[in-house]
Design a protein around this ligand. Structure first.
Ligand code: GAF
Length: 383
């Protein structure tokens, strides 16, 4: 959790003097559309109020010094360390952003950066993307380099894919940069066109409960890469540009052409999940928020049974939320642990959260941490 009551307030103690500015980028919750992004499909995230802040000061030499409040560490790197793999650990995400900007022709200069965050770590809420997106905003402004907003998600993706070496898609950084308060972002990950879909829960007497199940992300990196590889192989077998090009109407034919049961189930998840995103958006456009509940729950079942990315804690949290009266519930994010979201009446938040706590206690799981997810504003400058 953030140490500074004033964002960037600890800058002086580390670097001396005042920062030139303070930037932020939020974590995200994906309402629906999981693992569809790298299949050119549809996603529907919203930005959280929890965010990473970066207080920054420009340096005249090409040197970057970054202090993380969360780890209480300061890391420095120069131009020679901008080769992928040279900086490791949390600072790799910062070096990766500098690398992506400079190799794309955005000549950002050196900086001192003071990074703080209240995005829960390791909970599948995109804490690393929040840091990357905030750092990108800071570096661009500090160097007065115009980095168009529309290009920023791909730059952050390059930082992740090429520098950090994580084979992630475009969902998280797009959410952190492009989301607007009171809305979910309906994003077509093929052409990056987006629609801000009104998602005013409080106005409807609803709340989106987010439950960090605090379950370990065991094998998550290797399993994520395996899911991607299976999708790519299926794409080649089916002779389509991407699994997004298989609509529900062609699903049976596609499944019949695939070689094994695991591949069929992976493809069925992607195809049905894309349709669930479209159905969810159609309901939200006409203000039928409660009606999206069954789509959320169906998404969870598909992730559990077909994509096989859930763990006991998230399955039990979802089942318990539904039994306690949630309209719908599902795991959100890459999987193998992390957070569950539950759409509930605002006055049922405590009941549902309490039921999940009880279920975790009786199963001998670590206690979960629950909070209300408020659709908030994407990345920007604070000061
Ligand atoms: C992770 C990845 F970073 C995203 O790109 C996306 O694939 C997500 O898992 C699953 O929807 O958050």
């Amino acid at each position: 959790m953030s140490a500074d009551p004033v964002p960037g307030g600890g800058f002086a103690a580390v670097f001396g003097g005042a920062p030139d500015g303070v930037w932020y980028a939020p974590g995200r919750v994906n309402l629906i559309g999981e693992h569809t992004d790298y299949n050119d499909g549809f996603v529907l995230p919203f930005a959280l109020a929890q965010r990473t802040t970066v207080a920054g000061r420009r340096l005249d030499s090409p040197q970057w010094t970054v202090h993380s409040v969360l780890t209480d560490e300061t890391v420095s790197f120069g131009v020679d360390e901008l080769a992928p793999g040279a900086v490791t650990g949390w600072a790799a995400y910062v070096a990766g952003v500098v690398y992506a900007l400079r190799t794309d022709g955005f000549e950002v200069g050196g900086a001192e950066l003071y990074v703080d965050s209240d995005v829960p770590l390791g909970a599948g809420l995109s804490s690393s993307h929040a840091m990357e997106c905030a750092v990108l905003g800071a570096l661009a402004d500090l160097s007065a380099v115009d980095v168009p907003v529309a290009r920023r998600p791909r730059l952050v993706q390059r930082a992740e894919n090429e520098y950090v070496g994580a084979p992630t898609g475009i969902l998280d950084q797009s959410a952190s940069i492009l989301c607007q308060a009171g809305h979910a972002l309906f994003l077509d990950c093929r052409d990056m066109t987006g629609e801000q879909v009104p998602f005013d829960l409080a106005g409807d007497g609803l709340a989106l409960l987010v439950v960090d199940t605090r379950s370990p992300h065991r094998h998550s990196d290797g399993e994520y890469a395996k899911r991607r590889a299976t999708c790519e192989a299926a794409t080649a077998t089916l002779g389509v540009p991407a699994l997004r090009d298989i609509g529900q109407d062609r699903l049976d034919d596609a499944l019949a052409a695939l070689p094994d049961d695991v591949t069929r189930r992976r493809v069925r998840h992607i195809v049905t999940e894309n349709q669930r995103v479209l159905d969810t958006v159609a309901l939200l456009r006409v203000g039928e928020v409660r009606a999206i509940g069954p789509l959320l729950t169906a998404s969870h079942a598909s992730m559990r049974d077909d994509y096989e990315i859930t763990v006991a804690q998230v399955d039990i949290a979802v089942e318990t939320a539904l039994r306690a009266g949630a309209y719908g519930a599902r795991m959100t994010g890459g999987g193998f642990g992390g957070c569950v979201l539950a759409l509930v009446d605002a006055d049922a938040v405590d009941t549902v959260a309490g039921a999940i706590r009880d279920a975790f206690a009786s199963n001998g799981f670590d206690q979960p941490v629950a909070f209300i997810g408020v659709p908030s504003q994407g990345a920007g400058r604070l000061a």
